[in-house]
Write a protein that binds this ligand. Structure first.
Ligand SMILES: Cc1ncc(COP(=O)(O)O)c(C=O)c1O
Length: 544
């Protein structure tokens, strides 16, 4: 086995914002290292006595790591969702194991509430810190030596802290042209503007990034060349695209050339679902049994597309991880992986804001992770990946049942889907439209996502009988409202447009829905697609 030679991160201190540079250690937190010294008689802090914490222990029944099968178990009939409804999803079939976190632990180093619920340092509780280091090292394998992990309350918090640590008001942040709206909502009030970069089927385009940065004119742009990038590389929200290794390396190299810090917001990393295969071509298999093993964990990790950290020989990536999509969003727990300088500044910020993520959440998640162990958690991740894969498959199967799906000729696929197999959906139902010879009219197109929770639909609004250019947003909302009135909510596409916010709107590019297949149960997914089919047909037949 070859031993990778890694070097320390380079000095990137010139990226720190004025606000971040001005932060000092919180006076009390600065004394924290003494508080935890064995034998110290601390009368310094305003610490409540744990004797008065009104909880003597917290117990939880935790699902076993192999609760979910590794290969789809449904039969391939069109009513497989009935199996889902009455089958293994009922709570009575859940296998759990009990764990307890006592207020006081008998053994040093065990998680206990007296410690977890007390004021503490802004870094993770020790057991969690150890777990996250092992996990990050095994799964992401950062290419630089001196990386640190630091907990936060999830990626929303992570991004908001990262951007204020790096950007001053009046600056811009590079982002995908379609992106996660909350990320933009957190920067706009700070007078930090999104700088959208065109995308194709694997996400942000490296040549477009290079062009943008090489031709940057601070005068006409009224801002300095951006030095921070916000990017969602896997199961991108909203487009569902996943960045290839080659593209990641190209983006990284452009960022080195133009000295850009990459903030990698990657909540869907473990939902790498693979290519969608039509139902009739799928075979179901049996889940291999046996305890989670290091060999299996290694094999699984090797199938995942690498993080930007894996190419980051300079320490210019701040990776954001969250337990929101793999354990529960309400845990409000996640972590940064980054160079020690950025970690230290982010920690200073945490000290005076949240202080630390909630002690209940930290201790319960830590207990689950240490109870499962690293291999158990990997087994859990593999199981939920299969679950979301089945949901993705089921949702696209429903679309295939509702619409006539036709692959778009590869040479006509452009822009955001370039390089992907795009399906054009037309009506299967013989309707009034047929009389008008419009039965084959494409109403929408989409790419079955290879990761994440979303299908991004392009609405072919130019096919609407009353369409004239510039109407896209109004028609998108008209259809959206009709759907809502019929009891189905999709996310309207305009919300995700970074260009919309910069005033650089290309109307021909508008007209999308983001549809999430992650939460609604199978019968309701089916029902929603049936309603959608009817409503969109009626919509395209209006005024005929
Ligand atoms: C791209 C992206 N980032 C961040 C989040 C929120 O993550 P968290 O719950 O960790 O704050 C989401 C959730 O939908 C998301 O899609």
């Amino acid at each position: 086995m070859s031993v990778e030679k890694r070097t320390k991160s380079i000095d990137l201190s010139h990226h720190l914002s004025e606000l971040s540079k001005a932060r000092t250690t919180s006076p009390l937190k600065g004394l924290q290292k003494y508080f935890s010294q064995p034998g110290i008689l601390s009368l310094a802090g305003g610490l409540p006595s744990p004797a008065y914490f009104p909880i003597s222990d917290v117990s939880a029944n935790v699902l076993i790591p192999d609760s979910f099968a590794l290969v789809p178990t449904e039969s391939s009939t069109s009513f497989s969702w009935l199996w889902k409804l009455f089958g293994s999803h009922t709570s009575t079939s859940e296998k759990t194991q009990g764990v307890t976190i006592p207020k006081y632990s008998a053994n040093d180093g065990d998680i206990n509430l007296a410690h977890s619920l007390q004021y503490g340092p802004s870094v993770a509780q020790q057991q969690l810190q150890v777990f996250l280091r092992e996990f990050t090292s095994e799964v992401y394998r950062p290419a630089f030596e001196d990386w640190s992990v630091l907990i936060d309350t999830g990626n929303t918090d992570g991004w908001s802290r990262a951007v204020t640590t790096l950007c001053n008001p009046g600056e811009g942040v590079l982002c995908e042209e379609w992106t996660y709206p909350s990320a933009l909502a957190s920067i706009l009030p700070l007078n930090i503007q999104p700088v959208p970069v065109p995308m194709d089927g694997v996400g942000m385009k490296s040549d477009a990034l290079e062009n943008l940065l090489s031709q940057w004119d601070p005068v006409s742009r009224q801002m300095p060349r951006p030095h921070v990038m916000y990017i969602v590389p896997v199961g991108q929200n909203p487009s569902g695209s996943t960045m290839s290794i080659t593209r990641k390396k190209q983006i990284y190299d452009v960022c080195v050339k133009y000295d850009v810090i990459i903030v990698e917001d990657d909540p869907y990393y473990f939902l790498q679902l693979g290519t969608y295969i039509f139902k009739e071509d799928r075979s179901s298999g049996a889940t291999p049994s046996g305890r989670p093993s290091p060999k299996e964990s290694k094999r699984f990790v090797s199938t995942l597309t690498p993080s930007f950290l894996n190419f980051d020989y300079q320490g210019r990536v701040i990776r954001l991880d969250t337990f929101s999509k793999t354990i529960a969003p309400g845990s409000r727990l996640g972590w940064f992986t980054c160079n020690p300088l950025f970690a230290e500044r982010l920690e200073r910020q945490g000290e005076t804001t949240t202080q630390a993520p909630c002690g209940f959440g930290q201790s319960i998640i830590t207990k689950i992770l240490t109870h499962w162990s690293y291999d158990g958690y990997i087994r859990w991740l593999r199981g939920i990946r299969t679950e979301y894969q089945q949901r993705r498959n089921f949702f696209v199967d429903c679309l295939a049942e509702e619409f006539h799906l036709q692959p778009m000729p590869a040479d006509t696929v452009a822009d955001i889907w370039q390089g992907c197999i795009v399906y054009q959906a037309s009506s299967k139902v013989k309707t009034i439209a047929e009389k008008h010879a419009t039965q084959n009219l494409t109403m929408l197109s989409f790419v079955p996502p290879v990761a994440g929770m979303f299908v991004w639909m392009k609405l072919h609004l130019d096919q609407h009988p009353s369409f004239s250019p510039g109407d896209e947003n109004a028609l998108e909302m008209k259809l959206w409202t009709k759907l809502a009135e019929n009891g189905v909510l999709f996310a309207p596409g305009w919300m995700f447009s970074a260009k919309e916010l910069t005033g650089d709107t290309d109307h021909a590019d508008s007209g999308h829905f983001r549809v999430s297949f992650s939460n609604v149960e199978f019968p309701d997914l089916k029902k929603a697609v049936t309603i959608f089919g009817r409503v969109i047909r009626e919509f395209f037949e209006e005024d005929l």
